[in-house]
Design a protein around this ligand. Structure first.
Ligand code: GSH
Length: 146
């Protein structure tokens, strides 16, 4: 009902990545509570007073990790879906999705654990490679109609 094997594979990795983003959001909320660093005065008041409406370096790190996911995973949801409709071989498509998935998981781990540079940048580049590859293949597929 959901379509081809490639599309199912794309849906599988996309859903895992969305869950990964939810996990970062949950971690951000937990860090806010632990560090008493709230984004809004009403939240701070509930947990000790308006003085706790403040920023915290680790909360900001979590937010950057989440923001970078949004910059990269949201385009993947479009690029991957369209690429899945261009009729790629299953093995090649799965490799694209898997490399992106692993790259983004490593990016999150590197960001949240502040791993030594250039681990995070390396993960970012690894995840970009399949996206650029898929974008080029989509353009080649549709170029004749444009
Ligand atoms: N918006 C990104 C930035 O400002 O750095 C664009 C470039 C990018 O995504 N770089 C990767 C990254 O993890 C590898 S260095 N950037 C950190 C971030 O977006 O918080």
């Amino acid at each position: 009902m959901l379509g081809s094997d490639v599309l199912l594979c794309f849906i599988f990795y996309s859903t895992l990545l969305i869950l990964k983003m939810y996990i970062i959001a949950i971690i951000t909320g937990q860090v806010r509570l632990r560090k008493k660093a709230f984004a809004n005065p009403e939240d701070a008041e509930r947990h000790g007073g308006v003085q706790f409406c403040r920023t915290d370096p680790y909360v900001e790190r979590c937010r950057r990790a989440h923001g970078n996911d949004m910059e990269n995973i949201l385009p993947f949801l479009f690029i991957g879906a369209v690429y899945s409709m261009t009729g790629p071989s299953y093995a090649v498509a799965r490799l694209h999705f898997l490399v992106f998935f692993l790259g983004r998981v490593l990016h999150s781990v590197a960001y949240l654990l502040a791993l030594k540079a250039p681990t995070r940048s390396f993960a970012y580049v690894i995840a970009q490679v399949p996206c650029i590859s898929m974008a080029i293949q989509i353009l080649m597929e549709v170029a004749s109609f444009a």
